[in-house]
Design a protein around this ligand. Structure first.
Ligand SMILES: Nc1ncnc2c1ncn2[C@@H]1O[C@H](COP(=O)(O)OP(=O)(O)OP(=O)(O)O)[C@@H](O)[C@H]1O
Ligand SMILES: [Mg+2]
Length: 299
């Protein structure tokens, strides 16, 4: 992989020429080679049941890791561990190269500032307008109002909902609520976004718009994410298309050609607390494991 080669080169450069001033390019390479999220041999049990049995994986910078798996398989638990809402029984968890495993609540609040979270139900505050829902994090941080408003508008434009800025959540459709939830998660430009079944219960075209937002973040904003889903069409979109800006300045989605390898998404499938598959969507589709085949077919 070119990234690894470059990292090795730059490490070599640092070792062999320590007196030389480091360049920005070198710093950037090192930064890119640090996983956005890493689990090392993570175990977690509730009561007598072991939910995660020595989980190890990495989400690289700018990568979308799709997590598939049956209900109760531990997918939401993984997300809670990244946010520090749960702690593992053993193993280590790193965010941006920082070992957060033993961080206390105050330290975790600092980590969470750089993480956007998209919940299954959108999880909006019903008593607050769209504007105040999206602005919530900035208001909490005491950001002055004249800086908040342009940010809220920018995020609502990103999810194509600027017109809904003064509406209350009850006035919105399920898909619109989900998009407001995404705008709220993205305010402050987090470099990591966690999606927990963001398309569950949505009709296919609306689900598609949510996947497009995830692709825009991956391809145009260099965001790293975990995308938990049960839905195979999400997998299909995210792993076979990428977002680009055309000459007219519009975001369009192109299908990856046969031999190109531009799409920075990997798939991980969980079963009974173990990772039973990790790799590209093509290799997932070729996997012979009967459980994987059944999961992909849906019967
Ligand atoms: N705080 C908790 N206390 C006890 N058991 C829990 C707790 N949180 C999760 N569990 C259990 O851990 C297992 C994994 O839960 P988790 O929510 O991670 O599954 P999931 O893969 O997200 O499932 P789904 O697809 O249904 O959302 C489940 O059996 C659940 O009952
Ligand atoms: Mg879940």
């Amino acid at each position: 992989m070119p990234l690894t080669t470059r990292e090795t080169d730059s490490q070599h450069l640092r070792v062999s020429n320590q007196a030389a001033e480091s360049t920005f390019a070198e710093i950037d390479n090192k930064d890119r080679a640090t996983p956005a999220i890493e689990f090392r041999d993570v175990y977690l049990s509730f009561d007598e049941r072991t939910i995660l049995k020595g989980l190890s994986f990495r989400v690289m910078r700018g990568e979308t890791k799709i997590i598939l798996g049956g209900s109760g398989g531990g997918k939401s638990t993984i997300i809670k561990l990244v946010l520090g809402l749960l702690k593992p029984d053993s193993g280590r968890i790193f965010v941006d190269g920082e070992d957060i495993t033993d961080y206390n609540e105050v330290q975790m609040m600092g980590v969470r500032k750089n993480i956007g979270m998209v919940f299954q139900e959108g999880a909006l505050f019903d008593s607050l307008s769209v504007y105040h829902n999206v602005a919530y994090r900035l208001h909490e941080q005491g950001v002055p109002e004249e800086e908040v408003e342009p940010e809220v508008r920018r995020m609502l434009r990103f999810v194509n909902l600027e017109d809904a800025i003064d509406k209350m959540p009850a006035e919105l459709s399920g898909g619109m609520r989900r998009r407001v939830g995404i705008a709220r998660a993205l305010i402050g430009d987090p470099k990591i976004v966690l999606f927990d079944e963001p398309t569950a219960g949505l009709d296919p075209p609306t689900a598609r718009t949510i996947c497009e937002l995830a692709m825009k973040l991956r391809d145009l904003e260099d965001v790293s994410s975990i995308f938990v889903t049960h839905e195979m069409n999400n997998l299909e979109y995210i792993c076979s298309e990428y977002a680009v800006v055309n000459e007219a300045g519009e975001v369009i989605f192109e299908r990856e050609g046969e031999r190109l390898c531009l799409i920075n998404s990997k798939v991980m499938m969980m079963r009974d607390g173990n990772i039973i598959f990790s790799g590209t969507d093509e290799s997932l589709r070729r996997a012979e494991d009967p459980y994987i085949q059944k999961f992909l077919r849906g019967h």
